[in-house]
Design a protein around this ligand. Structure first.
Ligand code: SF4
Ligand code: SF4
Length: 89
């Protein structure tokens, strides 16, 4: 699973559950803690991580995600072939 909750840090504020746009994060009413209900449908948008005040959400982008990012964005960046440092005066 590439989206995890660090229960050592989680304080049960419910922010991740309330903000996930895809309802991936369920809420365990009995234990008053979040859980990952649909891990395979997570889009790695990062909102849960940004909204967690305890830094308890752990996201690991899977390899397919990196390859997709590379295909869509990184390969289109223009990277200078040579770096020229300013000459000393
Ligand atoms: S990364 Fe986005 S889609 Fe995935 S659990 Fe967090 S808020 Fe939901
Ligand atoms: S936002 Fe963070 S602290 Fe709050 S319930 Fe979710 S994981 Fe726990």
């Amino acid at each position: 699973m590439a989206v995890n909750i660090n229960y050592h840090r989680c304080k049960g504020c419910k922010s991740c559950h309330n903000h996930c746009p895809a309802d991936i994060i369920g809420w365990d009413e009995e234990r008053d803690i979040p859980y990952i209900a649909y891990p395979d449908e997570c889009s790695y948008c990062g909102i849960c991580k940004m909204e967690c005040p305890e830094d308890a959400m752990e996201l690991t982008l899977p390899m397919e995600g990196w390859l997709d990012l590379h295909k869509r964005f990184i390969s289109k960046l223009s990277v200078p072939l040579e770096i020229r440092w300013p000459e000393e005066s």
